[in-house]
Design a protein around this ligand. Structure first.
Ligand code: ATP
Ligand code: MG
Length: 243
């Protein structure tokens, strides 16, 4: 059974179509990159999957369970979490308070403390700075905090919207190393919005290319990067630019 199924899904904001009849199957434990230019609908796809925006057409299933009509908390209980674009860190709250923000949906209150400890083991810098205001963290540390907060709902599927945004390349390396380690340790399914095909190729996985709200191409990330390099050779476009 496919872990995550998106079938003919459309999303509109008033009259603005953001996604039109998008279909996508993601297997348990898979790593999938969603790429495409600005406004392609990448964030809208992630938001539709986690219930943050309603769909106007189609259906979404997680582990065979229909998502439609469930509030975001109920979808989170099905094992879905999203680390949003821009990270949505509460700058005036401490690191630890940020980690506790999403835990209201949990019924296993006793496990929260041990999960917080586990996150500090995974991210020692967050442990060291647990009482610091999150706004005082570096961009890379804030991205780690956003990922750590996403883990607090014990997800099976983690979607991360543009983790590279605004970070220096060596910090992006660290973020991806962390995501891959978490995927191995927890058997997570990872869905990552990533504009750089070169980066996706280095990390490895499947690439889904969106443009104008539809899936225009799909395949191995390394093959996409190779094609981009060819494009660069012929047209002088940079492989680091959005596909
Ligand atoms: N809240 C909103 N209200 C109205 N239109 C929106 C809203 N959010 C997104 N859109 C529009 O929907 C379309 C898809 O946007 P979306 O944010 O999903 O794209 P994206 O691929 O994530 O872009 P980016 O690379 O800039 O993050 C765009 O035309 C965008 O202008
Ligand atoms: Mg976006």
């Amino acid at each position: 059974m496919s872990k995550l199924g998106v079938f003919d899904v459309s999303v509109r904001y008033g009259k603005v179509p953001a996604l039109t009849d998008v279909s996508l199957q993601i297997e348990e434990g898979e790593r999938v990159f969603i790429s495409g230019p600005n406004g392609a609908g990448k964030s809208s796809l992630l938001k539709a999957i986690c219930g943050a925006v309603p769909t106007t057409h189609g259906r979404i299933e997680i582990g065979g369970m229909l998502v439609a009509g469930r509030p975001p908390e109920a979808i989170a209980r099905l094992g879905m979490t999203m680390v949003p674009e821009g990270r949505d860190i509460f700058g005036t709250l401490t690191v630890e308070e940020n980690l506790r923000v999403g835990t209201g949906i949990r019924r296993d209150r006793d496990a929260i403390e041990s999960d917080i400890d586990e996150i500090y083991e995974n991210f020692p810098i967050l442990g060291e700075r647990r009482q610091a205001n999150a706004g005082a963290l570096s961009g890379g540390q804030q991205q780690m905090l956003a990922i750590g907060r996403g883990l607090m709902t014990n997800p099976k599927v983690m979607m991360v919207d543009e983790p590279s945004l605004g970070l220096a390349p060596n910090i992006v390396d660290q973020v991806y190393e962390t995501l891959i380690r978490l995927q191995k340790d927890r058997g997570l399914t990872l869905v990552i919005v990533e504009q750089s095909s070169a980066r996706a190729a280095r990390v490895g996985g499947r690439m889904v290319l969106l443009r104008g709200g539809t899936v225009v191409d799909e395949g191995d990330a390394a093959e996409f990067a190779e094609r981009d390099l060819l494009k660069e050779a012929y047209f002088g476009q940079s492989a680091e630019e959005p596909a």
